[in-house]
Design a protein around this ligand. Structure first.
Ligand SMILES: Cc1ncc(COP(=O)(O)O)c(C=O)c1O
Length: 370
């Protein structure tokens, strides 16, 4: 029976390794019989989400028997006001990852190449393989910074898309404005740039190079998310920005009801609660400083981050440390699934209390290991 399915399935799909998400809280609770879990594994907002969103969701529970407005008319209008751009330069997705997927499906023919960084967000490889494209992974520099010249050098006659993950997951490093401008000025019109900016709200560096100022002049699909700073990961909502000529084609293959009514309402309300966003940014900033200091005291190397997570490098294999933390109710992410060595872990910045507990447990584990 299994043999038969093997013969039926497309060969491109066979090459795809399944996506490994951060461990769900309930799994760890069950496994170790724990009451409280601190999840610092999926770059979620530790503050939860805006109370105003909670109220708006409660008020709109009655309509879930109806299909949503597939076009997301009101959310697009809200985003259009918020970003000061026309509505037809916005596309909605079931998370920003769906927008990335739609862009790749719209533009990449079998055999065409897609350039993106290594290490980076795992789904790029999956999405490229899915359409029969060829992944071209460009290693970041030794300190995980971007060198866009290296991306440019990898362009061939088969290159169709270049993905910039900015800030990059799992390194937290960014593309700088000057770098980006130089790079974009050299990119020919037959290449689409996808700029994945799921974490851009967290960036502190003034020289950050968002693609936003350039999308009207270049072939750019810029993606942003409500899953991170807005804390709506479970509702699956994100958006893309691009010229209408580009988005109109992506709209043709967008599933008709890809964003739910509740998600649209939540996103509209969340956009109107920028106080929650500011608070989230501040908690992240403070957590970042605390964790930097603590890692230094513990002799743990880290990559300075512009996002809500920190890539750390332990002196030895960190697999046991990740496991021991899990037993103590703290989930972080080993980086084997990102094809990095097992010395690396990625830790999402939590609340002050969560960060302190993490450091307390981590100190004990490291002391015990020495
Ligand atoms: C770089 C990056 N882009 C996109 C996403 C997906 O976000 P969404 O929930 O909007 O699909 C993630 C989620 O972890 C991410 O790390």
């Amino acid at each position: 029976m299994g043999d038969n399915i093997d013969k039926l399935v497309r060969k491109e799909i066979k090459e795809i390794a399944p996506y490994v998400p951060g461990k769900p809280i309930d799994d760890v609770k069950r496994l170790y019989n724990l009451k409280r879990i601190i999840k610092l594994a999926s770059n979620e907002n530790p503050l939860g989400y805006s109370q105003k969103v909670k109220e708006a969701l409660r008020e709109n529970l009655d309509n879930i028997n109806r299909y949503p407005d597939g076009s997301g008319y009101y959310l697009k209008k809200e985003l259009s006001n918020f970003l000061n751009i026309p509505e037809d330069e916005i596309i909605l997705g079931s998370g920003s990852s769906e927008v990335i997927s739609l862009a790749i499906e719209t533009f990449v023919n079998p055999g065409e190449e897609v350039i993106y960084p290594f290490p980076s967000f795992i789904i790029y490889r999956i999405l490229v393989l899915k359409v029969g494209g060829v992944p071209v992974e460009v290693p970041l520099e030794e300190n995980f910074s971007y060198n866009l010249n290296k991306f440019f050098e990898r362009i061939t006659s088969k290159t169709k898309v270049i993905i910039l993950c900015n800030p990059n997951n799992p390194t937290g490093t960014i593309v700088y404005k000057e770098q980006l401008e130089k790079f974009l000025s050299k990119i020919p019109d037959n290449i689409i740039i996808i700029s994945d900016e799921a974490y851009f709200e967290y960036v502190e560096n003034k020289n950050f190079g968002t693609c936003f100022p350039y999308y009207k002049d270049k072939n750019i699909v810029l993606t942003r998310s409500f899953s991170k700073i807005y804390g709506l990961a479970s509702l699956r909502i994100g958006y893309g920005i691009g010229k209408s000529e580009i988005l109109n084609y992506m709209e043709r293959i967008r599933p008709p009801f890809n964003t739910t009514g509740l998600a649209q309402i939540a996103a509209i309300t969340a956009l109107n609660d920028q106080d929650f966003v500011k608070k989230s940014i501040n908690v992240n900033k403070e957590g970042k400083r605390f964790l930097y200091g603590s890692f230094e005291k513990l002799g743990i190397e880290y990559i300075p981050t512009e996002a809500n997570f920190i890539l750390c490098k332990f002196k030895q294999d960190a697999t046991d440390i990740v496991k021991e933390l899990e037993k103590r109710g703290i989930i972080i992410r080993g980086m084997k699934s990102f094809n990095l060595s097992n010395q690396y872990v990625r830790i999402t910045i939590g609340t002050e209390e969560e960060n302190k507990l993490l450091i307390k447990e981590l100190s004990e584990i490291i002391k015990y290991q020495k």
